[in-house]
Design a binder for this molecule. Structure first.
Ligand code: 5GP
Length: 120
């Protein structure tokens, strides 16, 4: 897979407001926030979409969710609540093809997140 903008952020080739990093993942503030807190948690290993997750990558994907919980506790919004969501492909609005968990918090989040009637 070709490098995305997120690989450049991992490699510090472009700047980002990084809030957490470990061997497996990086978390930074979304450049176009949709909530008072809007972080992106990404694996350092590039995986294009949810459809591309291989069995041996289960641990790193689980690690993204565990990291979301840890960040929520550290930032103090774990009890109030938050949303951790990953978009897959065009119909969900995925624009960067390196999987990322959106971590949204700091306001009452609407649900469902769409307004038109969708039939699958
Ligand atoms: P998607 O639509 O693929 O689920 O989410 C991609 C997210 O990446 C968007 O919310 C967008 O605002 C964010 N984003 C795109 N380019 C950059 C960037 O260069 N820096 C940061 N911090 N966020 C970005």
């Amino acid at each position: 897979m070709t490098d995305t903008i997120f690989t450049k952020i991992i490699n510090r080739e472009i700047p980002a407001d990084i809030v957490y990093e470990d061997d497996l993942c990086l978390a930074f503030r979304d450049v176009n926030p949709q909530a008072p807190v809007h972080l992106l948690i990404i694996p350092k290993e590039p995986i294009a979409t949810i459809n591309d997750i291989k069995p041996e990558q289960r641990e790193v994907v689980g690690h993204l969710f565990m990291t979301a919980g840890n960040i929520a506790r550290d930032m103090g919004f774990d009890e109030d609540g938050y949303r951790a969501v990953m978009n897959c492909n065009a119909a969900a609005g995925q624009t960067v093809y390196h999987i990322h968990l959106h971590l949204l918090a700091g306001k009452q989040l609407g649900w469902p997140p769409y307004t038109d009637k969708m039939k699958v």
